[in-house]
Design a protein around this ligand. Sequence first.
Ligand code: SAH
Length: 258
Amino acid sequence: MVHFVGAGPGAQDLITLRGAELLKGAGVIIYAGSLVNPALLGLAREDCRIYNSAELTLEQVLDVMKAAQGEGLDTVRLHTGDPCLYGAIREQMDELDRLGIPWDDTPGVSSFCGAAAALGAEYTLPGVSQTVIITRMAGRTPVPGGEELEKLASHGASMAIFLSAGMQERVQAALLRGGAYTSRTPAAIVYKATWPEEKIVRCTVGTLAAAGDRAGIWKTALILVGGFLGQTYERSKLYDPAFTTEFRQGTDAPAQGG
Ligand code: SAH
């Protein structure tokens, strides 16, 4: 069986309990070497065979999985963050189905959550934005038409931009062309969120590229953009004393009974 497992954003103790147990039991581990914290491999059995997927093609990954299945061994395919974002898991799952090899998927803490935690930020601030756009800038991997950064930037929503730290000037220009953010809209670049070498650069959309350049950040970083990184927001309704919910009577509720 193959277990897809989210390793979390970096810190060794941000993998789920389930993910850690699967790592401990695996006969084979294939980990995304460019981003997964190698310390997690310390959980592996002594006789576990370990492969770095950064050096492998899809075909080679599948060959390793097939061989393990033939030997009756469980494989853990360890992806950074949560496997459901930029994890290239679907192509593996479909091939495994074709080969009749069972698999399951254990989620992890995505880096966009790790980065928010590092910043002490909430993406969905009342009165600011109730939407998070997760995207990337088109580079060597294209982005489908209609999803250009400029178009997505026209909403003014909270944005977490993956895989684009090496293209900060283009990111900045596209964000500004979108029309909803201004050069003063708050932004941040978070490098290696939750790793010991984490770096946080707070800036604005207008200073994004220069700030990233000054900090020497060009990979393993998220670019976060939006008013959620600013100072202005509204209180939540849920915890407003006036607001009645299923569990709590608010001060504005009509008197009950009598
Ligand atoms: N599945 C992963 C994303 C993989 S794509 C997840 O859920 O996080 C790889 C990109 O994710 C990197 O280029 C970077 O933009 C982002 N990333 C991954 N780990 C990160 C971290 N600890 N800090 C900041 N960005 C990270």
